[in-house]
Design a protein around this ligand. Structure first.
Ligand SMILES: C[S@@+](CC[C@H](N)C(=O)[O-])C[C@H]1O[C@@H](n2cnc3c(N)ncnc32)[C@H](O)[C@@H]1O
Length: 301
């Protein structure tokens, strides 16, 4: 699959799930978006670009800080942009939204004070190229704040705690008393549906340890003062139906495969998976969703 085919498929995979994407974003992503805004230290009047804005969670918060007309969100998905636009209009935030490829920004060099990007970088086939573009459009001394979904750095206290938590999850899962999103539905699908293996970019598949690679990638693009921090939470989902919907929306591996099969097959897979989750709940088990972000802050020389 060429990069342009990958991008078109990634963008269209959000058609039909923007409502649930936005709902889960409100529930789970908002604290991470707030942390991003805090880390960026935005000031009134600063010109801000939110790359891969989705339904606008970061862009809308940024517009509250920087002010109307100061923030632009870009994305390749028409459906996501449409929802972000509706929200921006309803809130009167003055957020500008444009369809644009992160790897080829149609924006002037040095024209922004701050770039933000939450949970988008690993969707781009060539994250290094996207970082080069972010570097190009920032002014000298401008700032970059980005975040990707990632476990904590392995040697940190959070890293140790995460490993203990994962071992406990595995033990409980083997007793049929725990399902952990989004790996739960991804593995379930792997055993039932063929995969093209191209639901995620080759870069994302090769670089699963994001905490290790990301700071170097940011430095290589020409940024300085590169710092990282991590934030993680775990949510417990109330029902198997919500648990399915969360994973069918937020996991690229699940969303893209479900989008490429017959609706009847989706229905029967869903029923089978819901039955599996119901049994877990009946045994007193839990349906959990750990979500986390590795933040990288940096600035232009
Ligand atoms: C997981 S969503 C994150 C959205 C939002 N930042 C949030 O945290 O809710 C990833 C977003 O990146 C967008 N995206 C993927 N590839 C892109 C590209 N090449 N250029 C711009 N946006 C892209 C997708 O359409 C999607 O809206």
């Amino acid at each position: 699959m060429s990069d342009s085919e990958f991008k078109a498929r990634d963008a269209s995979s959000y058609d039909g799930v923007t409502g649930s994407f936005d709902r889960f974003t409100q529930s789970y992503t908002t604290p991470l978006a707030e942390r991003m805004i805090e880390l960026a230290g935005l000031r009134s009047g600063e010109r801000v670009l939110d790359v891969g804005t989705g339904t606008g969670v970061v862009g809308l918060l940024a517009a509250k800080r920087a002010g109307p007309g100061c923030v632009m969100g870009v994305d390749l998905s028409d459906a996501m942009l449409e929802m972000a636009r509706a929200k921006a209009e309803a809130s009167g935030a003055g957020l500008e939204l444009r369809k644009m490829d992160a790897e080829s920004l149609d924006l002037e060099a040095g024209s922004f004070d701050c770039v933000l990007s939450l949970f988008a970088l690993t969707h781009f086939p060539d994250p290094a190229q996207a970082l080069t573009e972010m570097h190009r459009i920032l002014r000298p001394n401008g700032t970059l704040t980005l975040a990707v979904g990632s476990g904590p750095p392995v040697t940190s206290l959070s890293g140790w705690l995460r490993r203990v938590g994962k071992a406990l999850d595995l033990a409980l899962a083997s007793l049929g008393r725990r399902c952990v999103a989004t790996g739960s539905l991804e593995k379930w699908m792997d055993s039932r549906l063929p995969t093209s293996g191209q639901e995620e970019s080759a870069w994302a598949v090769q670089h699963s340890n994001r905490a290790a690679i990301l700071p170097d990638l940011v430095r290589a693009a020409g940024f300085v003062s590169v710092r990282t921090s991590w934030m993680g939470r775990t949510a417990e989902l109330e029902t198997p139906e919500e648990f399915w919907e969360l994973q069918a929306t937020n996991s690229s591996r699940v969303r893209k495969r479900l989008g490429s099969i017959e609706p009847e097959t989706v229905d029967s897979l869903r029923q089978e998976y819901l039955d599996h989750c119901r049994k877990v709940v009946e045994r007193g088990g839990k349906l959990v969703y750990p979500y986390a972000a590795l933040f990288v802050t940096a600035r232009m020389p």
